[in-house]
Design a protein around this ligand. Structure first.
Ligand code: GTP
Ligand code: MG
Length: 180
């Protein structure tokens, strides 16, 4: 309790700094590489599908994030679990306009939620591409992914965002930053 209070005060004064390792997960084409580049350089640029895990570092507020972009193609998803042990948080990205793949995205996030070792790791779910007409809002996305009736203890929050219009993802990271 006292520690929480002290940490809050130090954070307020800008004196509490820390490092956090996060994993960017989600199906291929969700926008993970685009997000990481945007967070590091505030630019939008196209990427070829990620086949090789790579990390980048950026700071938001008082936190220095090291983010692992692992690639979302089915063939490389087996790699994800090798990174779980060092993770402080998971960012799970979903193309919120790609309704045909919600079932596949649900399977993947439910699999992540079933892993005991990361039961305490906060998960930021980003419903990306809300600039597209076909996109669903965060409540519908939560329902589609089976996140609307999670137990209270799970630290999972859904935010809608668009990297193209530049909205929403910062709020998601603000939520995540409070976890450290
Ligand atoms: N309309 C729209 N397109 C986006 C947005 N964010 C990313 N994209 C596009 O989505 C496509 C996939 O983006 P990537 O960042 O390569 O996706 P990824 O999740 O890294 O995919 P993998 O590396 O294959 O796992 C690209 O064509 C991006 O330009 C967005 O907010 N809106
Ligand atoms: Mg990628």
């Amino acid at each position: 309790m006292l520690l929480e209070w002290l940490r809050g005060l130090l954070r307020l004064l800008g004196l509490w700094k820390r490092d956090a390792t996060i994993l960017l997960l989600g199906l291929d084409n969700a926008g993970k590489s685009t997000l990481l580049h945007k967070l590091c350089s505030n630019e939008l640029r196209p990427f070829v599908p990620t086949t090789k895990a790579h990390s980048k570092t950026f700071s938001l507020g008082n936190i220095k994030f090291t983010a692992w972009d692992l690639g979302g193609h089915e063939q490389v998803r087996d790699l994800w679990e090798e990174y779980y042990s060092g993770a402080d948080a998971i960012v799970f990205m979903v193309d919120s306009a790609d309704r045909a793949r919600f079932g596949e995205a649900k399977r993947e996030i439910q699999q992540i939620l079933s892993v005991e070792d990361i039961a305490d790791v906060p998960i930021l779910v980003l419903g990306n591409k809300i600039d597209l007409e076909a996109s669903v809002d965060k409540d519908q996305l939560a329902e589609e992914l089976g996140l609307d009736d999670l137990e209270k203890e799970r630290d999972v929050e859904v935010f809608s965002c668009s990297l193209v219009s530049g909205s929403g993802y910062y709020d998601g990271f603000k939520w995540l930053s409070q976890k450290f």
